[in-house]
Ligand binder design. Sequence first.
Ligand code: PMP
Ligand code: GLU
Length: 395
Amino acid sequence: MNHLLSDRVNNLSTSQTLAMAALARELKAQGKDIISLSLGEPDFNTPDFIKEAAKKAIDENYSTYSPVDGYVELKEAICRKFKRDNNLEYKPSQIVVSTGAKQALYNIAQVMLNDGDEVILPAPYWVSYYEIIKLSGGTPIEVPTSVETDFKMTAEQLEKAITPKTKMMWFSSPCNPSGSVYNREELTALCKVLEKHPNIYVVSDEIYEHINFSGTFCSIASIPGMLEKTITVNGVAKAFAMTGWRIGYIGAPEFIAKACTKIQGQVTSGANSIAQRATITAVDADPSVLNEMVAAFKSRRDLVVGFIQNIPGLKINIPEGAFYVFPDVSSFFGKTLKGTKIENATDLSMYLLAEANVATVTGDAFGNPNCLRISYATSETILTEALKRIKEALA
Ligand code: PMP
Ligand code: GLU
């Protein structure tokens, strides 16, 4: 019946992170002992002080539509957060609160892109950027990077990728899936190139800002000249273990914020009212409340990296943030493992699911066909078991 559907949806790929998570869930329901390292979702509970704020909001009857761009108290709190953590001066009129960072990204693509506009994506990139850009008429231009260079795009690579059709560049730091964190010098080098092309806008996805072990964090908008050309995307899903609450936000030049509000007003209206009230408490909290969770992620990162470094055939960078590792598995391509021919990362991911009962996500989904993404947002006991199984299956 697909011929009855629009070309738009027929040309859209399913989110492979969500698809793998669904497949793992299905196999589990059939009784298989599956460990899912597919989805990027903290395994912690939302902190109690945020839950209390939500309960209070229910009792105070925050049950009606909020302003489309978010409650003013929340937008003011987000401005304080941008100033406190990122040294960014945004006014509430430059903030739009959305149903997750995902909707924020979709709004941006819808308001910025015309058919054929090119968007530079350093690869690997987060799975949904590519499809959101395509869905909005844009043309993603992938700039490949590799494990050898910590999966970071250089200024020279950026310069080469720019054409008269380039409208934007989208990236995440800390990066999903590679965990790479761009420091101020690296971002400054990219900005020097962008300086020569003042019409190019940047989407800086900073949703993993606080899950960062590098000791430094730099928002590209804080580099002189960039505030006017950057849309800073953030949200509470990852830092505050609030994936299901669905709150993301942007800080942007006012004309872009207004346009995002216009789109959102026709599509979803304001984000969930109770979740918005709770988010005021979350973004106003001192980031040190996250120390324990971040320390747990760092310890897991060390465990997983140490283990993978000892699996022959896997090459890995040291991820400095987020909660993923992205090993290069290309040395297995062309080999046969227990009767299964491995031609690419998707074959290897499916092999690990069948043979080791461990769900991962193929690097294809992130624009790097040599790698596999493994999420370490789960306990050390489960990670140790999963890694043992992977090692055995690859032996
Ligand atoms: N950006 C990146 C890099 C992500 O990993 C995610 C994960 N979901 C999102 C955006 C979307 O976040 P949200 O859950 O707030 O929609
Ligand atoms: N961002 C997470 C991931 O990359 C959640 C899944 C999704 O939203 O696609 O796995």
